[in-house]
Design a protein around this ligand. Structure first.
Ligand code: MG
Length: 385
């Protein structure tokens, strides 16, 4: 039996690499649904090649009538794809807030979810983990550090013997640049990531380490880990993705070349580890593996995210949404690189969360609020210049 995949976000970086994994094991997979936000040209080519039953264009600029037996447009089509009866695995590779509702829908439908969308866990982790457990859904993380943690925490151990876990960060392109140089960093420089191939938002987040901050919150929810047990280290080579330390003094590390197809394949074919996508790690050829603690002055996003994670409620949504707007403003040349994190922090400090349990409505409302307030603050700064 071939595994039937519904892929939400098939034209983005993770979606395209998911299809590369499918291409590497054509006898193992059948693509039953493909969804994209707006890249209709690529979606049409993918539909012609993989012949899914369902194609969804969430933000249509044209009517993609003959691409598949069933074609849907608009964001509700994503919910159909996320809950598709025929899908054995729902791959959520959508970028940003757009992934939250489909992920929750897949969890409510009891699906096996291969999850690359950070926001679903960061903003809605409390809700998502509850809905998933109530409905028998499984979440297989695609984020490389969390895939590594998943593999490490599956090793036999007693929870009380776990001392701490470490997720790693490359440190991005400005890890050693003089601090004053960061003021004049251009979008092109921030997008030149030294080790990973990723979309633009996460690449800029990797340069500020906001990405790692969001990943601390992600690890907290995915693995039920208290925040004080989650540390971050910077190995610039991006070969070690996570480590777990036990009370007996042993630390076990997960190592692989930095290639998203490794965690994608593991999430799709778990627990199998076939060859064919990424070459085995050649330790002898690596030479040096270095580890540095992150400098809190250079990377204030880490501590901000940790505090936001501890505060919980709608704070993580505000952090994530405000960062999305701030990163976009930086990429458009409207704010400086060094303004991203202070701006997000300011918006977080302005936020007053709702009382009571976290709901999808509260998340969406906080998201809208954070976007508006961040845009307003960017406009104010522009006026002052
Ligand atoms: Mg990651």
């Amino acid at each position: 039996m071939r595994l039937r995949l519904s892929i939400l976000g098939s034209t983005g970086s993770i979606g395209r690499q998911t299809l590369e994994v499918v291409d590497a094991h054509p006898d193992r997979f059948e693509v039953v649904a493909l969804c994209a936000r707006s890249n209709s040209d690529l979606l049409a080519r993918q539909a012609a090649r993989y012949r899914p039953r369902l194609v969804v264009l969430a933000d249509p600029t044209e009517r993609p009538e003959e691409w598949a037996p069933k074609v849907l447009t608009g964001p509700d089509g994503l919910l159909t794809a996320a809950t598709l009866d025929e899908a054995d695995i729902v791959v959520i590779a959508l970028a940003g807030q757009a992934g939250v509702r489909p992920t929750l829908a897949a969890a409510a439908a009891g699906k096996c979810i291969a999850l690359a969308n950070k926001e679903s866990v960061v903003c809605a982790g409390e809700l998502l983990m509850r809905v998933a457990s109530e409905n028998g859904a499984t979440i297989r993380p695609i984020d490389s550090e969390h895939s590594a943690l998943w593999q490490l925490l599956e090793l036999p151990h007693r929870r009380e013997e776990l001392d701490h876990v470490i997720i790693t960060a490359s440190g991005g392109p400005f890890r050693t640049a003089p601090l004053e140089r960061l003021e004049t960093v251009t979008p092109a420089e921030a997008l030149a990531h030294p080790t990973w191939r990723m979309g633009p938002k996460v690449t800029v987040d990797s340069a500020t380490l906001m990405n790692k901050g969001l990943e601390i919150i992600e690890a907290h929810w995915l693995f039920d880990l208290p925040f004080h047990l989650i540390d971050v280290l910077i190995p610039p080579q991006s070969i070690v993705h996570a480590l777990v330390s036990f009370r007996d003094g042993c630390t076990i590390a997960h190592a692989a070349y930095p290639d998203m197809r490794v965690p994608i394949q593991y999430a799709l074919l778990y627990p199998e580890r076939p060859s064919g996508v990424v070459r085995p790690l050649d330790f002898a050829a690596l030479g040096t593996l270095e580890f540095f603690p992150p400098d809190p002055l250079r990377f204030p996003a880490l501590e901000l995210a940790r505090q936001v994670g501890l505060a919980g409620s709608t704070y993580p949504t505000v952090l994530s949404a405000s960062d999305e707007v701030a990163v976009q403003a930086f990429l458009e040349g409207r704010i400086r690189f060094t303004e991203i994190v202070p701006l997000v922090q300011h918006v977080v400090e302005l936020h007053r969360p709702l009382c009571g349990p976290l709901t999808l409505d509260a998340i969406l409302e906080a998201d809208q609020w954070a976007r508006q307030v961040t845009e307003r603050e960017i406009a104010r700064r522009a006026d002052r210049r």
